[in-house]
Ligand binder design. Structure first.
Ligand code: HEC
Length: 128
């Protein structure tokens, strides 16, 4: 059933119209917020492939001093990544080692994000 209301006072009608416009704007904003959250979830999701270019930049900055610019270790005790030493482990196992640190190797938790570490691991796997 459709009901019609008579607006005795034009100011009432105006108030109702602006209230409806406000509600619509609020719904739109809520919609955008939901959309933004969904997009963020996809963008940061675990499905993204590792970025070896970013990984190489992180490597130069954080790893080369010990593991060598080309993965040939320049520090006693640091594995030669270019020979694949210690690399026969899953990305997640290496992620855990790098976050926690290992003996002379510093812990990267709080210094590099998981994403950055996974990128640098992917880059390390390309060293020959
Ligand atoms: C201060 C020197 C140093 C720096 C900087 C360093 N490492 Fe290491 N890294 C080591 C040493 C030493 C070991 C061997 C640790 C052990 O097992 O005693 C090691 C071990 C590793 C391993 C083997 C881990 C395992 O579980 O056996 C990997 C992979 C690795 N480093 C990668 C990296 C990457 C990638 C970076 C940069 C984000 C990095 N390292 C930075 C010294 C370093």
């Amino acid at each position: 059933m459709i009901t019609y209301t008579l607006d005795a006072d034009p100011a009432d009608a105006q108030a109702r119209r602006s209230a409806r416009a406000r509600d619509a704007a609020m719904l739109r904003r809520a919609g955008y917020a939901v959309l933004a959250v969904c997009l963020a979830a996809f963008a940061g999701g675990p499905a993204r492939a590792a970025d070896v270019i970013k990984g190489s930049q992180t490597y130069v900055k954080h790893c080369a001093a010990c593991h060598g610019p080309a993965g040939v270790s320049v520090m006693p005790g640091a594995p030669h990544l270019a020979r694949g030493e210690r690399m026969m482990q899953s990305d997640l196992a290496l992620l855990a080692s790098l976050k926690a640190g290992k003996n002379a190797m510093p812990a990267y938790f709080g210094i590099l994000t998981d994403r950055e570490i996974l990128d640098v691991i992917a880059y390390s796997r390309t060293l020959r």
